[in-house]
Ligand binder design. Structure first.
Ligand SMILES: [Zn+2]
Length: 444
């Protein structure tokens, strides 16, 4: 089953990522760990996925996947090894995966798709990975952590790296919550990370497990690891468009729009999502096939043909013909007010935007969402050519550098300091050493 699903998973997560050298590097660490496991005979396949979402998972038949987003978050080779060892643990312990629905979908940004009506729901069924991804019981997760710490220590890696990386996952989730204007403490109250819940308890447990291991000269291989990260793609793949703060820009398809503060943009290969307060969200995609006629006709007769639409209106947005209407939709999270807007950019291309807001929030969000509608615009070829993806660079600390001064160099409009702290696993109060290597996000 794992072999059959392997190409589907790769496709769903944007393809394989990395140079042959990077692939060999990750595979080498994985093979080393698997040889110390209870199943050294089993064939393991380690794959880096071209996704900026932080995730790792394993499927039957020895297939282990990590994302480039996860690689960027890890501080050294031992943390990466901890993740691989944990996934190997799921396989060697023959954990029986539970098919998982909602949380996995949410994790890869597809939860919203199901609300669009019959056709879209059918599409979700075709999205291999959403039904293939597995999730394990809490007991299984603890066991995989324990096995992971065992394999780490057998290879000579620092066994505390497992707890270290779980701690980083937790910080990363807390930062994501902050960026969504939510309480970071929610991270410990719920299974926030879907496939790999990392509440504080799990960090403590992994720390205790590591204390029982006696590794001579435990290895973290930080310098080697950071050298591998230099130049790593940090944002979306340019072919999928860029998220820059509240802006979504697509240099290849040449359009852009801006979402309100408090909305967190996410890109998938099907649509762009922006998750806002109280489960409000914006979903943006391209209409399946070109349709002639007015935009009003498209919204009323094609897109919304099975919905009860109200307040249909034709508008012009930055020179483009657009039509908008409202309706109500039922989702797993309750009933939402929905505003549908479609923009025609040329005879072949229609883009669509849906705003979902819970009844009580609709009025408060109207102005911001209206601004989002009117922010939709075409990019000029010159603007498009100036857009470069974000990449990681490894920098050496110079005299006078502080965590704050380095963080300010990152190309973000918000949470620069917090992002820099989480990325590097450091605190704003830490004293930096001259020559110390740190990760930096740059726009070239
Ligand atoms: Zn796990």
């Amino acid at each position: 089953m794992g072999r059959e699903n392997h190409p589907k998973i790769i496709k769903e997560f944007g393809g394989e990522y990395g140079t042959p050298a990077l692939k060999r590097y990750v595979d080498g660490i994985g093979q080393l760990l698997s040889k110390t496991s209870e199943r050294p005979d089993l064939k393991f396949t380690f794959t880096v996925l071209n996704s900026d979402i932080v995730n790792a998972f394993a499927t039957a038949g020895g297939y282990v996947y990590i994302t480039r987003g996860l690689m960027a978050l890890a501080d050294h080779e031992a943390q990466l090894a901890g993740v691989l060892a944990h996934e190997i643990g799921h396989i060697t312990a023959l954990h029986h995966a539970r098919r998982h629905g909602q949380s996995i979908l949410a994790n890869i940004g597809l939860a919203a798709v199901g609300i669009l009506g019959g056709r879209e729901i059918a599409k979700v069924g075709q999205l291999g990975a959403t039904t293939l991804l597995q999730s394990f019981s809490r007991e299984n997760e603890y066991e995989a952590d324990e096995l992971g710490v065992r394999y780490l220590s057998r290879v000579g890696f620092d066994p505390t790296a497992m707890a270290g990386f779980l701690g980083k996952l937790r910080s990363d989730s807390r930062l994501s919550a902050l960026r969504r204007s939510e309480s970071p403490d929610k991270v410990d109250q719920f299974n926030y990370l879907a496939t790999h819940p990392a509440p504080a308890a799990r960090v403590q447990r992994a720390t205790a497990l590591a204390r029982k291991k006696n590794v001579k000269n435990p290895m973290t291989a930080r310098d080697i690891y950071l050298s591998k990260l230099d130049g790593l793609l940090y944002s979306n793949d340019p072919a999928e468009g860029f998220i820059r703060g509240q802006d979504f820009l697509h240099p290849k398809l040449r359009f852009a729009f801006t979402v309100p503060d408090g909305f967190n943009l996410r890109n998938s290969n099907k649509a762009v999502y922006a998750l806002g307060p109280n489960k409000s969200r914006i979903i943006f995609d391209r209409a399946g096939k070109p349709v002639d006629g007015t935009m009003e006709n498209y919204v009323g007769r094609v897109w919304g043909s099975k919905m009860r639409l109200r307040d249909m209106e034709t508008v012009r947005v930055n020179g483009l013909e657009a039509a908008t209407a409202t309706t109500q939709v039922r989702t797993n999270n309750g009933t939402f007010n929905a505003r549908l807007t479609a923009f025609r950019v040329d005879t072949k291309t229609i883009y669509r935007m849906i705003f979902l807001t819970a009844g009580a929030d609709t009025n408060g969000l109207t102005t911001g969402l209206r601004r989002t509608t009117y922010s939709f615009r075409r990019l000029s070829p010159a603007e498009a050519s100036r857009l470069r993806p974000l990449v990681l660079r490894i920098v050496s600390v110079q005299r006078g550098d502080t965590v704050g001064s380095l963080a300010r160099r990152m190309p973000y409009s918000d949470f620069k300091l917090e992002r820099f702290e989480v990325l590097n696993g450091i605190s704003r109060n830490d004293r930096l050493r001259r020559g110390q290597k740190l990760k930096m996000v740059t726009a070239n």
